[in-house]
Ligand binder design. Structure first.
Ligand code: SAH
Ligand code: SF4
Length: 364
């Protein structure tokens, strides 16, 4: 494991094993994750001056070297969304998207991060699925996406969503380490209430996440109202069907006034009928929930269509009549293929490029 993947408890052990006094653990954590005296932009490369003695730093890094990401390319979209393409030390491509939302009074800056290179779950509508599974990212690689973006834009995001590449609850171990480190007050200090983990419905992962602290918000990609359609769209449903998934949602511990977000990607003629709309509130009965409707973002070569605007609004009205909060999430950054579910593969050809180090342009 790379050093940035260690929890504070593990760093305490390392420090003790090195024969150093306990207070060094805080210094080490701040050196690895703190915003530091150099400001937001200095956190990524923890090699600047530090209160941690050089010998201790060298020892820790020798035992668990960092697994740095290199920034391969950035794309800016006309709506202010920025996409960052990174390369891992072993040549995997991953993507991170920064989404400003200036419509809100208090400006929201959401960072959408990846938890795996590729994804194993093969959803029929998702660009990441076309890559297949590469590997899990380490917690260090997950948090470094945040640190790189802070360095590039000089701002700390207000919210983090695990909705980039990969299935975070297939990588619970590293995701929970990353959650602990980015929400720690000695690090970026992001409140877990502002962090959302999105899952396709990996029930064992939901149950594991439920036991971890800090507890983030949970989003579940529902995407269909019958097992038949859901299994066609999302193979995960063959392992855990709607009943099993919703039972896990019901068990998930929620704080006061908290809700589970159910994402529902709309496909014309597949899951956008009046009957589907009527089934949603029935399925979610007894679960404090809200629904985000996401008009499908086209992925070249995939056989789906986005419903008309009229159909989307009609669908929303039908769900809303049941007193369920329901929002339409307008796709952001779709001119740079930065929108949900479009990450890392504009097409199969483009994805081939991603894995070719020589073909990657470097930005300074
Ligand atoms: N693996 C996790 C998180 C990453 S996908 C999950 O599936 O939840 C994040 C969200 O994007 C999910 O709700 C998924 O259903 C949605 N999504 C995937 N491909 C999409 C596409 N082409 N258009 C719109 N949403 C998409
Ligand atoms: Fe994986 Fe989520 Fe895409 Fe499904 S929608 S293939 S789980 S990233």
């Amino acid at each position: 494991m790379d050093l940035r993947s260690f929890t504070i408890a593990e760093l305490r052990e390392q420090v003790a094993r090195a024969g150093e006094p306990p207070f060094r653990a805080e210094q080490v954590f701040r050196w690895l994750h703190g915003l530091g005296s150099g400001g937001i932009g200095s956190v990524r490369i923890p090699l600047a001056s530090s209160t941690v003695p050089r010998a201790l730093r060298d020892l820790l890094l020798a035992n668990a070297p960092l697994a740095p990401l290199s920034l391969a390319e950035t794309f800016a979209s006309s709506d202010g969304t920025q996409k960052f393409r990174f390369q891992t030390h072993d040549g995997r491509a991953i993507e991170t998207v920064l989404i400003p939302d200036d419509k809100q009074e208090r400006s929201k800056l959401t960072l959408c991060i990846s938890s795996q290179a590729g994804c194993a779950w093969g959803c029929a509508f998702c660009a990441t699925a076309t890559l297949g599974f590469g590997r899990h990212l380490t917690a260090g690689e997950i948090v470094e996406q945040l640190y790189w973006v802070m360095e590039k834009v000089g701002q700390k995001p207000t919210n983090i969503v695990f909705m980039g590449m990969g299935e975070p609850l297939h990588n619970v171990e590293q995701v929970t380490r990353a959650l602990a480190n980015i929400s720690h007050p000695w690090g970026a200090g992001l409140s877990p209430r502002r962090i959302t983990v999105s899952t396709s419905g990996v029930v064992t992962g939901i149950d594991l996440l439920a036991k971890t602290r800090p507890l983030p918000n949970l989003a579940i990609s529902l995407n269909a109202t019958t097992d038949d359609i859901r299994s066609q769209l999302m193979p995960v449903n063959r392992r855990w069907n709607l009943e099993a998934l919703l039972a896990a949602a019901r068990r998930f511990p929620l704080g006061h006034h908290r809700r589970i977000t159910f994402e529902y990607v709309l496909f014309a003629g597949v899951n956008d009928s009046d009957i589907d709309a009527a089934r949603i509130p029935r399925l979610l009965a007894n679960i404090p929930s809200k629904v985000n409707l996401i008009p499908w973002n086209p992925v070249p070569g995939l056989p789906f269509q986005r419903p008309s605007e009229q159909r989307i609004l009609a669908f929303q009205n039908l769900v809303r009549r049941a007193d369920l909060p329901v929002y339409i999430r307008t796709p952001r950054g779709d001119d740079t293929a930065a929108a949900c579910g479009q990450l890392a593969a504009r097409s199969r050809d483009a994805s081939a490029d991603l894995f070719d180090i020589k073909a990657t342009r470097h930005v300074s």
